[in-house]
Design a protein around this ligand. Structure first.
Ligand code: DP6
Length: 365
């Protein structure tokens, strides 16, 4: 059995829309901060039939919807498809038993799917390493009752880049949670020819800077715990129907992603704030003008954003806001603004508050 833990990330330049839906190949680059909490712990072991159990933050078992189970089973199939491109198809079990223990409330704008698929990808990498050391082959022996004819010579350790590809096949943003600190999801590496640009491995994540580079906090204000009706996966599929979509993709490629990475490397909070908030509103404008339109923000979101902006201006605080596919407001700040942002957040009536800081990415337990 392999156990891994992972956490969500908060996107600074947002991934919204695909160039290939089945492989979750994004239409643009994105970048994010990996958080240290809340976490997801997943254990995976080989099993004759696919089995999935999931436990909620309060420890009760989650009643899984058919589509949630299907998504995780489909992810295993895509993982096998990716491994076969590396001639590693036989080092992953035919089927698995998965137990998910999550401390993340689902579908409220804290990326629970990112943490789940990052932990799952890490588990698959762990199973592959365990299965590839020596003979008899533990997976094949247990699952089909036979020994591998030719034992693999060395343990196979997938690179973090490969693990990020596996994570991305379940949830695009999950690719970034493999890495600690600041990470980017690269949509189409420059050296790829048009004919190869939609291959299963043609988008992957990389670390921009480790968590020790810049201590940033994310104070997360959740105005409602109600689950959203339409998830990001469906939203990505129709993002291109917005008349604003193409312009957004061009702005990220020509300018925003570069400005964001540069601001991170130089620890230039003001430049970071401007580009992150610009990109956030741009993504929500695309969402609201795609068909069907998606309105994830509510009155509370707008009120919190206005008040945090006032606070920033009044007290000259290094704090920025950003929202993903939900009404939740992420207030990202440096140590200098932390106390004021905490006080502001805990004074918000009817808002649940989570406090996170920059974290170290997916790990084995
Ligand atoms: C708005 O790849 O996380 O958070 O797995 O279906 O939730 P699902 O999609 P996902 O989409 C992320 C969308 C976003 C922006 C981002 O994190 O980059």
């Amino acid at each position: 059995m392999v156990i891994a833990r992972s956490t969500p990330n908060i996107a600074l330049i947002k991934y919204w829309g695909n160039r290939h839906d089945a492989f979750r190949l994004p239409a643009a680059d994105s970048c994010s901060i990996t958080l240290d909490s809340p976490g997801v712990e997943i254990s995976v072991e080989h099993s004759p039939v696919f089995h999935l159990q999931s436990f909620l933050p309060d420890g009760t078992e989650k009643i899984l919807k058919e589509k949630d189970t299907a998504r995780i089973e489909e992810h295993l199939n895509l993982t096998k498809q990716f491994l076969s491109t590396k001639n590693l198809a036989d080092v992953i079990p035919e089927s698995v038993s998965i137990v998910i223990r999550s401390a993340i409330p689902p579908a409220i704008g804290i990326a629970s799917s990112a943490a789940v698929f990052a932990a799952l990808a890490k588990c698959y990498a762990g199973l592959i390493s365990a299965a590839s050391v020596g003979a008899p082959h533990p997976i094949n022996t247990a699952s089909v009752g036979a020994q591998r004819a030719v034992p693999l010579p060395d343990a196979i350790h997938l690179t973090n880049r490969d693990i990020s590809v596996i994570a991305r096949l379940g949830s695009g943003s999950a690719a970034r949670s493999i890495f600690g600190g600041f990470a980017t999801l690269i949509n189409k590496p420059d050296n790829l020819q048009p004919a190869t640009c939609n291959t299963i491995d043609s988008a992957y994540a990389m670390q921009i800077a480790p968590e020790t580079h810049w201590m940033l906090h994310d104070i997360i204000l959740v105005p409602t715990m109600e689950e959203k009706k339409i998830g990001s996966t469906e939203g990505h599929h129709t993002a291109h129907t917005s008349p604003l979509f193409q312009k957004r993709i061009e702005a990220i490629a020509a300018r925003r992603q570069h400005i964001c990475i540069d601001a991170i490397l130089k620890k230039d909070f003001e430049a970071l704030q401007q580009v992150v908030e610009e990109d956030c509103w741009d993504m929500h404008n695309v969402m609201q003008t795609q068909t069907p339109p998606l309105h994830y923000l509510n009155d509370e979101t707008h009120r919190i954003v206005d008040e945090i902006t006032d606070l920033r201006e009044r007290e000259h605080l290094p704090v920025l806001y950003t929202m993903d596919a939900g009404p939740t407001v992420h207030c990202i700040c440096t140590e200098a603004a932390l106390k004021a942002v905490q006080e502001f957040s805990h004074a918000q009536k009817d808002c649940r508050v989570f406090e996170a800081k920059i974290g170290h990415g997916a790990t084995f337990i």
